[in-house]
Each structure stands twice: as structure tokens, then as C-alpha cells.
Design a protein around this ligand. Structure first.
Ligand code: SF4
Length: 458
């Protein structure tokens, strides 16, 4: 299946793309199906069953709330985050859920929201929704949230859609080797090749406009993160620190040349912390390619845009296209889901994408870009997913800052070379896949291993 840059960068809400955005989209799709099939007004009860990782970390990642919002006909890209608390409060306190925003039905959380210690075979992030009337089942659907807000319905697995309807890209690639060969044969940069592919879906002007909208949402997220203070929700009592760090960096003054000083790294940290604190607070987000890892690409892009006097909108487009090329390779050949391959799939993929984006706008050749992405991913291999308390806070927030700095360093190293290197990006992505397959389930977004169990509250 062809993957667009807009599949990887999607506007949504925090704190998790796989556990919040995906389930909300699944539940909204379900409510829409009830309406379209004329079943809505017959429904007297809806049951939500969460399996695997969606159950294990579902409350901390707000999966249960996302399902309720989706059933109420809310979509992650359109909902006003400021309205979420009151909508959820109504369901929990008044036990009434407005199905698809129009049909009221009784909803008893303890009876109708089931967090099960079971797995379904296709993917660890599984959920089943069932609508019933007085006689029995009206509609039952199983969904898998496969990372980055992507959802797959059981029906698509049982009967895959005919390939004849698929978009045909001028430069289809399944590996970095193919990508580099296409760039060389056609004399294109990675961003130019990606733009040509995107134009299979929509005109270039729309692609540019859409990517600048994504950038605006990323900027807004950073601005919100720099303004909002206090304690993050969830019970861990994690203090937000981006606003305070921002004030202190403003006193020092901003670095004047990109890539030159350690103080620039502090600003990179700041941008990443701002995004991930917003994410943890359930704010408006852009998946990049997931929510847990959503701070890395905006942090590196902010670094480039804010401290490079000649940076412009065209650079934003090239950056995101370069990053997306690597995101496509990670998604196609391994995974961007922490529940599938651990945090290497989320933070590792985002770090590699950020390196590719920055390399692109700093004038890297395609082999240098591939080298930068490879260095960035290689040094995230084996990274486990072990969120404390099932919340996307510790270690996730700081981990984004560290990975953003790592991406910049990877680019610096790659730009000093000619693109020749020992291990290819394709091999590193394959290693990520194989390492993820070998990784114990405790380290794949279940909060049953690593830091999640090392933390003792006192
Ligand atoms: S540890 Fe990594 S993969 Fe797991 S929730 Fe945090 S950011 Fe996502």
C-alpha cells in the first residue's frame, strides 16, 4: 500500500497515536457505520472491549476516553481539546453517551468498558466494538491500531482490497537502496522524488499548503507547550518544565549560527519538551510519526527554522518530505508501533526521520541523507517501551529531547562524509524489526517491564 506524507503527519490529540488517536478514529468509524447502515436509533447498548497493549496501558494512554469520544462522533483532528473533560464527565457522571452525537443511550463504564488480559492474533493493539438492541447484536467490528494513528479493520485483513484501486506512484520504493537508485537514475533529491509521488494524490500546490498547515500545527503545539505550566495529569505528579526553561534560555539569549554551540542544543531540548508536555496533557498534536515521539521532528525543524536566517517555507516542505521518505521505509519494513517493536519503532524512527529531514535542507546528497538516517536509527536499536504508570511522560518526554539532539549529531557526522558507510539503512531497519520480534512483551507498551516496574512511589 502506498503511504503518503500526510499518513505520517496527522493532526490529532495527545497522548498517544496508537492508544488515543487510532482508537478514537476506530470508534468514530464505528459510530459512522451505525448511522450509514440506519442502525443508530435502534442501539440500546454499546460494549467496548480492549485487548493486549490497549488494555494494559489503556487508562494511562486515555484509550478508554478516546473510545468514548469516538463513539460520540468526535474525530481526533477536529475535536477542540478544551471540550474533552466536559464530554467525558457527562458520560461518567450522568451515565449517558450521545452515540454519534445524536442518539442518547445508557453507558455504564464498569459494565460497558472492558479492559481484557487477552490478545488478538493480528496485532497487540486490538479492540472490539459491539452495538446491541433489546434482541441482541446489531453490529460488531474488530479494529487494530497499528501505530501512528493508522487503523486496520478485521474485514480488511479477511478480504484485502483489490490492488487495482491503489494509487500508482511514479517512483515507488520499498527499500532505501531502491530510493537511492531512483534518485540517481532520475537526478532527483529525496524531497523532489517524494514530491513527485505526493502529486499522485493531489496537486503540488495542495501538498505544499498541507505541509505548511502541519508545520503551523507543530508551531502552535510548541507555543502552547512554552506557555502552559503546572503538573501533568495522570497521577505521577510530573512537573512541566518547558515554560521555565524557556524563560531561562531567553535570559541567556539565542544562539546565532545553526549547528555551532551547545546552547543551541538546549533550545532543541526545549522544543521537544514543549511538544511532549503538551502531548502528555492531551493537547492538540501532530503525529510525527507517532504521538509518543512527536517532539523530535518539530524540535529539529524548529532548530533549523529559528536559528538559520535564510530558512523559508520551501525548506519546511523539503524537510517534511525528506523525513517522510524514511518514515515510509520504517513503516513498510519494520514498525512505528511501540507495542510491536518497542520504543525503537517510535523514538528511533522519528529520530531517523528528523535526521533525514535536516540532512535534506542542509544540502545532503541522497547517500548522505541515507547515512544520516542510518546513524540516527542505529543508535536507538533495542530501545524498549516502558512508560511509567502507563503514561506517556517518563521516560517519553525527555527521550524525545535526547533523540532530537541525536538526530542533529547524526546529520553532522553524515555531512562530514561522502555517504559511504558500513551498515546500510535497510539493514538497520531490518535489525529493528528482528530485535522487536525478539523483544519480550513486557517491553512493548505494556508497562510490565523496565522503568515502568523500577519506579517505586514513596
Ligand atoms: S517509551 Fe517510547 S514507545 Fe513507549 S510510550 Fe514512551 S515514547 Fe512511546
Amino acid at each position: 500500500m502506498a503511504i503518503s506524507v500526510f499518513d505520517l503527519f496527522k493532526i490529532g490529540i495527545g497522548p498517544s497515536s496508537s492508544h488515543t488517536v487510532g482508537p478514537m478514529r476506530a470508534a468514530a468509524t464505528f459510530a459512522q457505520a451505525l448511522r450509514e447502515q440506519g442502525l443508530l436509533t435502534r442501539v440500546t447498548r454499546v460494549e467496548v472491549r480492549l485487548y493486549g497493549s490497549l488494555s494494559a496501558t489503556g487508562v494511562g494512554h486515555a484509550t478508554d476516553r478516546a473510545c468514548l469520544l469516538g463513539l460520540m462522533g468526535q474525530w481526533p483532528d477536529r475535536i477542540d481539546p478544551a471540550t474533552i473533560e466536559s464530554r467525558i464527565g457527562q458520560v461518567l457522571q450522568e451515565h449517558c453517551l450521545m452515540l454519534d452525537g445524536s442518539h442518547p443511550l445508557a453507558f455504564e463504564y464498569d459494565r460497558d468498558m472492558l479492559l481484557l488480559d487477552e490478545n488478538l492474533p493480528y496485532h497487540p493493539n486490538a479492540m472490539r466494538l459491539e452495538a446491541m438492541d433489546g434482541q441482541g447484536g446489531l453490529l460488531r467490528q474488530t479494529y487494530y491500531s497499528v501505530g501512528g494513528g493508522f487503523i486496520v479493520e478485521q474485514a480488511e485483513i479477511d478480504a484485502p482490497a483489490a490492488e487495482s484501486n491503489a494509487v500508482v506512484l511514479p517512483y515507488e520504493f520499498d527499500s532505501a537502496a531502491q530510493l537511492l537508485a531512483l534518485c540517481k537514475t532520475h537526478g532527483l533529491s529525496v524531497a523532489q522524488l517524494m514530491m513527485a509521488n505526493e502529486c499522485a494524490w493531489r496537486p503540488e500546490a495542495e501538498v505544499r499548503e498541507g505541509l505548511l498547515r502541519i508545520w503551523a500545527a507543530m508551531r502552535e503545539c510548541v507555543d502552547n507547550g512554552l506557555r502552559n505550566e503546572g503538573i501533568l495529569p495522570g497521577g505521577l505528579h510530573v512537573k512541566r518544565r518547558a515554560a521555565r526553561l524557556h524563560r531561562s534560555l531567553q535570559e541567556i539569549g539565542k544562539p546565532n549560527v545553526i549547528g555551532s554551540t551547545l546552547s543551541a542544543m538546549e533550545w532543541v531540548n526545549l522544543f521537544a519538551l514543549a511538544v511532549n508536555e503538551e502531548n502528555a496533557a492531551g493537547g492538540r498534536m501532530v503525529t510525527a510519526p507517532t504521538n509518543g515521539a512527536a517532539g523530535i521532528i518539530p524540535a529539529v525543524l524548529h532548530y533549523y527554522m529559528k536559528f538559520n536566517p535564510s530558512a523559508n517555507d520551501a525548506d519546511v516542505v523539503d524537510f517534511l518530505l525528506g523525513a517522510a521518505a524514511v518514515g515510509i521505509l520504517c513503516k513498510k519494513n519494520a514498525s512505528i508501533s511501540g507495542a510491536e517493536v518497542g520504543c525503537q519503532g517510535e523514538v528511533g524512527s522519528a529520530c531517523s526521520m528528523a535526521a533525514a529531514g535536516l540532512a535534506q535542507v542542509l544540502g545532503a546528497t541522497p547517500p548522505q541523507l541515507e547515512n544520516a538516517a542510518e546513524i540516527a536509527l542505529e543508535h536507538n536499536l533495542g530501545l524498549t517501551c516502558d512508560p511509567v504508570g502507563g503514561l506517556v511522560q517518563v521516560p517519553c518526554i525527555e527521550r524525545n529531547a535526547i533523540a532530537a539532539v541525536k538526530a542533529i549529531n547524526a546529520v553532522q557526522m553524515a555531512l562530514r562524509g561522502d555517504g559511504e558507510h558500513f551498515i546500510s539503512l535497510d539493514r538497520v531497519i531490518r535489525t529493528m524489526r528482528d530485535t522487536g520480534a525478539d523483544m519480550h512483551a513486557n517491553y512493548k507498551e505494556t508497562s510490565r517491564g523496565g522503568l515502568a516496574v523500577a519506579f517505586v512511589e514513596c
